[in-house]
Structure formats: C-alpha cells, structure tokens
Ligand binder design. Structure first.
Ligand code: ADP
Ligand code: MG
Length: 375
C-alpha cells in the first residue's frame, strides 16, 4: 500500500483529472499532473503541475522521481509514454489496455476476439477498401476515425457507399471503421474497478442520453431489467479481466429493441456517465481510482439515492453567465464546474446532479433546470 502523504501521478489534466485530484487530496495524497495546458482544470488544483507534452521524456522522468504509481485520465496519452513510465513505476491501467481502448480498430477486434458482441463493422485503411459489394450491408452506417475521436467528433453518418467515400476523404483518409447504424432502445454504461489482486467492484449502471453525439443526461438506476443489468455487469468484468486491467474502466453499451446488448466502446478511465457517483454513491469512481492506485482496499459502491446527471456545455454561455442561482436554490441539486476559462460550444464545462428518492422526480428537476439554463 502507498501511504497517504505520498505522491500519485496522473497523465492528463482535464476535468476527470481534477475530480481524481480532489478525491486523492481528500484522502491525504499529493498529486502530480502532467498536461501541456497551463490552465488545465487538474493542473490548477494539484500540488504539482508539470506543463509539458505527453511524450516529453524529461517531464516523464520528473514524474517518476516524484511518484511510484501513475494513472491516466485521457485515453489519447501516447501508449508509448505509458510503456516508458512502466519501466520504472507502476502504471495503472497498463499501456496495452490503453493502446486497445484508444484505437477503434484494435478495440473492436479485441472485443470480438473476447466473444463480446459489437456492432457489425469493417476496417477501412485505404480508399480501395470502400467497395460497394462488401459495405452495403453496413449501410446506413457511421464512419468513425479509428483514433482521436471523442464526443462524436471524428464521425460521419453515411447512407450510401458514395457518401462513405466522401466521408473517408473528409476525415483525412486516416484509418477508420465503418459501423452499421443500430436501432437503439437505449444506451447504458458500466463503470468497474479492478485492483492489483484482480478483485472487481461495479458501480450502479447508468442509462445515457446523448445529444449531437455528446452525453446529455445519465439516469441512475438505469431503467432496465435485472437480467439485463447482470448481463452487462458480467460483460464489463469479463472485458476488465481479459485486459488484465488495473484501475477504473467504463464499458458503454447499446441496448437494442429485443434487449440485446452490444458493446459500443470502452474507456480506460473514470467516465462522464459516472460523475453521479460523487453525490449519489458510498464512494465515487474517482475515490475508487485512488484506492486502486494506492493499493487500498477496493470500495464497495452502494447507491444512496437515485440520481440524474446533466452535462453543462459551453453553449450555455451564449448570452453571458448562466443563471446558477436558479440551480443552487434547489435542494438536492449539486453544481460542479471545472474551472475552465473558455466556454466554447460543445465543451464540457461542468455538470449538475439532481438527487431524489423518486427517480422520476429527479428527471423532472433536471428537465426544469435544463429549460432555465438553455432558454
Ligand atoms: P465517442 O467516442 O465520441 O463517444 P461513440 O462511438 O460512443 O463515440 O458514439 C457517440 C454516440 O453516437 C453513441 O453514444 C451513440 O449515441 C451514437 N452511435 C455511435 N455508434 C452508433 C451505432 N453504430 N448505431 C447507433 N448509434 C450510434
Ligand atoms: Mg462514446
């Protein structure tokens, strides 16, 4: 075990890093953040902010001098940097798991090999891969760049082979997957913590609603059957095991009309849909990340209250500062802002969690708040 008072390291200084840092500091740890952005949300609160690129060798060695264990909050951290760090310190998760999660081609191939159902797809690495005969069964579909996509970025909806060709060029002719567009009944996500001993703990499942490819709402508990919930949990644990995963992992699922489960993607870190755990669980996904990193006993998450989380995007600033008073005047509503200066459209600036014994009431509260803020 790594004692409180010691340093923990993290690659990436976004909001996930900030919430990790706060959780670590609450438990008495010091945090060193590596992030090239001087004003990064986590860099602002950590004891140490190393301002450098993720592949800067001297910055990486500075991190290893401070701490014996390093995690990541950002899946596009070069997996080579993690491998380099792994030569002298423990990295949780391991570089291989991050490499799989950051590349859709590797990710979908890996998941299929593990016997997990994914959306039908084809890998496109060359213009010539786009042939009518093979691709038409995947249409209408979504062309997704294999790397560096997030919040629906790096994706194009395509109806025809011709559109797939155009979209491939628009995305810069980078390696892509073409995925069949599935009729979704709903989407859910499972956040699982797995420690060095291979023990696992699951957070309550979230039901997710997206808008323009970005998470809008998470509703917990997800309104799905018990059987479906336990199936999703087993799949998540199976994936964590197959990756020899150590840390917090999120598995995003599509639920189809007949309750068939399809894995959409995995994230090698805490997840936006798990932010509700801060206010509504016996421990948060970030505290779990700290516990796993420091080899403290794994926490057993229990839900203290149904919760609905709403993402605050930069769009809300279009007419100046949003009306926070209307939010915080309510009981059982928690406002989280990440301390970002520039509220650009589509940028995640914060989130709001509404708690209520009655989940429908929590949904109603969030819909009322949305109406006020988005007016
Ligand atoms: P990101 O990495 O940006 O989160 P995702 O692949 O998760 O990208 O896609 C974002 C959202 O787009 C999904 O949560 C889902 O709502 C929708 N989507 C993605 N792929 C499909 C698909 N094959 N069929 C139907 N909807 C999809
Ligand atoms: Mg996603």
């Amino acid at each position: 075990m790594i004692n409180p008072g010691s340093w923990l390291g993290i690659l990436g200084g976004g909001q996930l890093g900030r919430m990790f840092t706060t959780a670590a500091q609450t438990m008495g740890y010091k945090v060193a953040v590596l992030d090239p952005d001087e004003g990064s949300p986590a860099g602002r609160v950590a004891e140490k902010h190393i301002v450098a690129q993720y592949d800067d060798h001297s910055a990486l060695s500075e991190l290893t001098r401070l701490t014996k264990v390093i995690t990541t909050e950002f899946e596009n951290v070069p997996a080579e940097s993690l491998s380099l760090l792994a030569a002298s310190v423990a990295t949780r998760p391991n570089a291989e798991a991050v490499a799989v999660a950051q590349d859709r081609i590797l990710e979908k191939t890996f998941l299929s090999e593990c016997g997990v159902t994914v959306a039908p797809f084809e890998t496109l690495t060359d213009q010539n891969d786009i042939q009518d005969s093979e691709l038409s069964i995947l249409l209408p579909g979504i062309l997704k760049a294999s790397r560096f996509g997030y919040d629906g970025k790096g994706q194009r909806s395509v109806q025809t082979v011709e559109e797939a060709r155009e979209a491939y060029a628009e995305l810069g002719k980078v390696p892509c997957v073409l995925e069949k567009r599935l009729p979704l009944k709903t989407e859910i996500s499972v956040v699982v913590g797995r420690n060095v001993q291979g023990l696992t703990e699951i957070f309550p499942i979230a039901e997710n609603q997206h808008r323009n490819g970005i998470l809008d709402l998470s509703i917990v508990p997800a309104r799905i059957s018990r059987d479906l919930a336990s199936e999703a949990e087993s799949v998540a644990i199976h994936i964590a095991r197959e990756l020899n995963y150590c840390g917090v992992l999120c598995v995003e699922f599509f639920v189809l009309e007949n309750d068939e489960l399809v894995v959409n993607e995995i994230a090698p870190r805490p997840h936006n849909s798990g932010h509700y755990t801060i206010d509504a669980c016996s421990l948060s996904q970030f505290e779990q990340q700290v516990r796993i990193l420091a080899e403290l006993p794994l926490g057993h998450p229990t839900l203290s209250s149904p919760a609905v989380m709403y993402n605050i995007l930069g769009d809300l600033w279009k007419a100046g500062e949003p009306n926070w008073e209307e939010v915080v005047r309510r009981n059982d509503v928690k406002l989280h802002l990440y301390g970002k200066d520039a509220p650009r459209p589509g940028r995640k600036m914060g989130h709001i969690t509404a708690l209520d014994r009655d989940c429908d009431q929590a949904i109603k509260t969030i819909l009322e708040i949305k109406q006020v803020l988005e007016a």
